[in-house]
Design a protein around this ligand. Structure first.
Ligand SMILES: Cc1cc2nc3c(=O)[nH]c(=O)nc-3n(C[C@H](O)[C@H](O)[C@H](O)COP(=O)(O)OP(=O)(O)OC[C@H]3O[C@@H](n4cnc5c(N)ncnc54)[C@H](O)[C@@H]3O)c2cc1C
Length: 345
């Protein structure tokens, strides 16, 4: 009797999967979803930290670069492609995560007004922007504003939380730190603890810089801060943007971001960053507000601003997906699809 019990506790069941994914942020989460859709079996390892880049992000999608009033040639198709994926996730997991909300872009000065006016012949600006939007109340806007459509935000935290439960139910979820020293190659497969996987994909965000298998990802960490605040008298119908964005969450609550602290990989929220954002809110709205929460996290960016979809040069069936930068909501879907195309080859 004793012998049998011993054998049962020490003999942890060995499990085989098509993919082992390290990291369940936007990159690993969307990858897990798309691979699941294709019928692959998965094991996902994620340490489950509360304030990661994906979990605190506002999750906005916005086709227009409002600093330079440019729009990339594939903005429309990229947004539509990404939204189709999030829509499918919404439906399958029975959650509401997509918030279609136009962006009310407040001009900072006359130059911006002129720069925008010069773009009005551009087909995209003609179709998706409005030069004379209904004004938002309680917004400081001496130079006026224009409005952008095809925009809004995805509740990424809600999506990742629901997806984590889904993975735990349908696949294998290890809610723990991934120890690189335990990953062993066995012929063409990879063995991690009791999991044998045909492929490994690393999606660790800025922590990818610690990955000994991909020593040259060169992720540039970019710290960002987000505040949640309450302003009962503020009732915008759109996201308000002027350097910072103010996203209405309902019931007089708002999310505001963000700062950009390049080369900074310390996610500790600092009072000075909170003050910087608080000051910017005070310059944009003319009603009282109370800051309730301050979050900070690190974005994984790259020098060229291009995302990283890497196949290991020598080791078999090993990949990295990273560098989603400041636009993870759109870049995540694009990158995942490109990686899956690479796998098919
Ligand atoms: C303040 C802020 C605001 C933002 N706003 C927007 C926005 O409005 N729109 C937009 O599109 N993008 C936005 N972004 C950018 C977007 O959040 C990022 O592009 C995206 O989150 C990156 O996703 P990721 O999966 O690569 O990384 P992460 O979100 O960092 O996910 C990596 C995951 O891997 C886990 N992990 C890492 N190493 C290990 C290990 N060894 N073991 C176990 N687990 C591990 C981490 O804990 C984490 O869960 C914002 C980012 C910030 C910080």
């Amino acid at each position: 009797m004793q012998q049998i019990e011993q054998r049962q506790t020490s003999n942890v069941k060995q499990q085989t999967t098509n993919f082992l994914i390290v990291g369940q942020g936007l990159a690993g989460g969307v990858l897990a979803w798309e691979l699941h859709q294709k019928g692959f079996s998965l094991a996902v390892v994620d340490e489950g930290l509360p304030n990661t880049s994906s979990k605190i992000a506002a999750g906005m999608f916005n086709p227009v670069n409002t600093k330079r009033f440019t729009v990339s040639s594939n903005a429309e198709s990229s947004i539509k492609e990404a939204l189709a994926v999030y829509k499918a996730i919404e439906k399958a997991l029975q959650i509401d995560i997509i918030h279609h909300q136009n962006i009310y872009n407040v001009f900072g000065n006359n130059k911006e007004v002129n720069d925008y006016s010069a773009k009005l012949d551009h087909p995209f600006f003609k179709q998706y922007t409005n030069e004379s939007p209904a004004p938002e109340k309680n917004i400081i806007q001496p130079f006026g504003a224009f409005e952008v459509g095809l925009s809004g935000w995805v509740d990424v935290k809600k999506m990742l939380d629901a997806m984590r439960n889904f993975i735990a139910t349908k696949h294998i979820l290890l809610s723990e730190f991934f120890d690189y020293t335990l990953l062993k190659q066995e012929e063409e497969n990879w063995v991690y603890k009791n999991i044998t996987a045909e492929n490994v994909v690393f999606c660790e965000g800025f922590k990818g810089n610690n990955n000994p298998f991909f020593a040259e990802l060169n992720i540039i960490p970019c710290k960002g801060d987000v505040l949640e605040f309450e302003a009962p008298q503020l009732e915008p119908t759109r996201v308000v943007k002027k350097g910072i964005y103010i996203v209405p969450l309902g019931n007089g609550k708002f999310k505001c971001g963000s700062t950009y602290k390049w080369e900074n990989n310390d996610a500790t929220p600092l009072l000075s960053d909170k003050e910087e954002l608080t000051q910017k809110i005070a310059e944009l709205i003319n009603v009282p507000f109370t800051v309730t929460t301050h979050y900070a996290a690190i974005r994984p960016t790259t020098k060229t601003r291009e995302t990283i979809i890497a196949k290991h040069p020598t080791l078999p069936n090993m990949y990295a997906l990273n560098g989603l930068g400041t636009k993870g909501v759109i870049n995540g879907v694009k990158c995942v699809r490109q990686l899956i195309e690479t796998l098919d080859k």
